[in-house]
Design a protein around this ligand. Structure first.
Ligand SMILES: Cc1cc2nc3c(=O)[nH]c(=O)nc-3n(C[C@H](O)[C@H](O)[C@H](O)COP(=O)(O)OP(=O)(O)OC[C@H]3O[C@@H](n4cnc5c(N)ncnc54)[C@H](O)[C@@H]3O)c2cc1C
Length: 497
């Protein structure tokens, strides 16, 4: 028999989106409980593994001033220079266009509109509650030139500090198992498995913020396809699609792209789940440098356009192709012209060799001659021009059936450098349908009373690809909206009750 606890708002999950919801609800005066599946020492969810970069739109350095409290004159100058580079401005109109272009026009325009118009006010709200950003201008892989102090780890630490100071209650080791409903179908709480046994947390409203299904190998194989059950997960083992199941049980509408996910290329020796680290989290194992070189499979063949857009707007398209290559592995190949650039962006250990033949052997490329032919053909197709990894430099190959459309330099300067990589899954795309108030929609296209959702569990936002740094933007923006509306609904019910 489950014992009962009553709260105004119950939030399921204790990651980034959950905290935006919990803090926003607490600001409305709601009594909030956050239920978290992970034990306390492993709390924080996926956000802990991030760089803390949120792609809110802004226009000028002036806009950033409330967020970046200690801009030095030098940093200001560098920021002006960054914003003056072609394609680097991140205005509302550009974010909307980028979103729709990158996600091939499939994203729910109403939800994208919310991200575009509410993203910056959400960042300002976070700044007012205590978050601070710092400029990070040395790495062209990043779309957003600022990050939250302390990266993802610092971001989650700040969320916990704020939530605890506002009286939000956290219950760890407490997975939610089902949603409670009253006789009229309103969601009236959550049943969870606490360390003491099953307990019902009744509430005026529930916010589901318990991530995607990326840690569930069976679901990955079922939705993403063969081979995906074997890929390493870049973050926590807890996101197994529990929230999706619980919501579908009360009639929620599945939404979005179930057959795609966020992924990047990672070190071939990555562990099955992410390693928590204050410094860089799973990003230590990221190996998405292919824009600086070429990518080949174990037969030494190229199979993607390595220069098809900035890393962060292109990154998810390559991983699925690597999953389909023999043995699910690939090799990034560079020469001495670009190795220093890689080491400056993020120092990484790989295989170095004086000849391409030796590099192929040491990396384990099985068709050495095939690989040499690939490099020769590639080098012969390179046109020359000004190489600049900070812009789409148009340095394209000519005449290859599979071009490289930017940053194409010949591989001709030893020592050569290679990285063995595979695909790492970051988070799933398919999820729940929500409206602009973050309220979960049912299969009759009606709002489910008392039920809200935010973060990765929401479907309909990302399709076929991912505009870089928009996961945290979505989590914070819809988290704040979900928490605010859940608190309002709870307050109305309290009044009515
Ligand atoms: C290595 C890495 C780098 C990234 N870098 C960036 C970046 O720089 N910028 C960016 O925008 N995005 C980035 N992302 C994506 C970003 O982390 C996610 O978009 C975001 O953190 C999702 O937040 P969330 O709160 O929805 O999910 P999560 O943070 O995953 O939180 C879900 C929580 O729910 C808990 N949970 C699961 N099931 C249950 C249950 N049944 N009951 C209770 N709790 C449950 C989980 O334990 C977890 O704590 C990165 C991701 C990774 C892995």
């Amino acid at each position: 028999m489950a014992t009962k606890v009553h709260r105004d708002v119950v939030v399921v999950g204790a990651g980034h989106a959950a905290h935006a919801a919990a803090v926003a609800a607490a600001q409305q005066g709601a009594r909030v409980t956050v239920l978290e599946k992970a034990p306390e020492h492993a709390r924080g969810g996926t956000g802990n593994f991030t760089g803390g970069r949120m792609r809110f739109p802004f226009e000028t350095v002036e806009d950033l001033r409330p967020l970046v409290r200690d801009f030095s004159p030098d940093e200001e100058k560098q920021m002006q220079a960054w914003l003056a580079r072609p394609g680097r401005k991140n205005t509302q109109a550009k974010l909307y266009d980028d979103f729709m272009r990158i996600c091939e026009g499939r994203s729910d325009p109403n939800l994208v509109q919310v991200l575009v118009t509410q993203g910056f006010p959400t960042a300002l709200w976070m700044a007012q509650t205590g978050f601070t950003w710092v400029p990070t201008l040395n790495n062209p892989l990043h779309i957003q030139p600022v990050q939250i102090v302390g990266g993802g780890w610092g971001m989650l630490a700040k969320w916990y500090e704020l939530a605890e100071a506002m009286g939000v209650e956290h219950r760890y080791d407490t997975p939610a198992v089902s949603l409670l409903q009253d006789a009229r179908g309103r969601v009236s709480g959550v049943r969870a498995l606490t360390p003491e046994g099953y307990r019902d947390f009744t509430s005026g409203a529930v916010v589901l913020a318990c991530g995607g299904y990326e840690a569930n190998a069976e679901k990955r194989a079922a939705y993403l396809g063969p081979g995906w059950e074997q890929v390493p997960v870049r973050a926590v083992p807890y996101n197994t699609g529990d929230g999706h199941r619980m919501a579908f049980e009360v009639g929620a509408m599945p939404c979005g792209q179930w057959t795609f996910c966020h992924n990047v290329l990672v070190d071939i020796a990555s562990p099955p789940f992410g390693r928590q680290s204050k410094v860089a989290g799973s990003q230590e194992l990221d190996r998405s440098y292919l824009s600086l070189g070429i990518l080949v499979n174990i037969r030494g063949e190229r199979f993607v356009d390595e220069g098809d857009g900035f890393f962060n707007d292109n990154v998810t398209k390559v991983g699925p192709q690597v999953v389909r290559q023999p043995r699910g592995v690939a090799f990034e190949i560079f020469d001495a012209k670009v190795t220093p650039v890689i080491q400056q962006w993020r120092p990484v250990r790989g295989i170095e060799a004086d000849t391409l033949e030796e590099l192929a052997d040491r990396l384990g490329i099985e068709d050495r001659q095939g690989f040499i032919r690939t490099v020769q053909r590639f080098n012969a197709a390179v046109q020359g021009g000004n190489f600049d990894p900070f812009i789409l430099d148009g340095l394209a190959t000519r005449g290859l059936p599979l071009p490289k459309t930017n940053w194409a330099l010949p591989l001709d300067t030893p020592p050569y450098f290679g990285l063995a990589v595979t695909t790492g899954v970051t988070f799933s795309f398919g999820g729940l349908r929500i409206d602009q108030q973050a309220q979960v929609q049912d299969t009759r296209e009606r709002s489910i009373p008392g039920l809200y959702a935010c973060g990765t569990i929401v479907g309909g936002i990302f399709y076929n690809n991912y505009p870089g740094h928009c996961g945290l933007l979505s989590g914070a923006t819809f988290g704040k909206i979900a928490g605010t509306h859940a608190a309002e609904e709870a307050s109305v019910r309290r009044g009515a009750g």
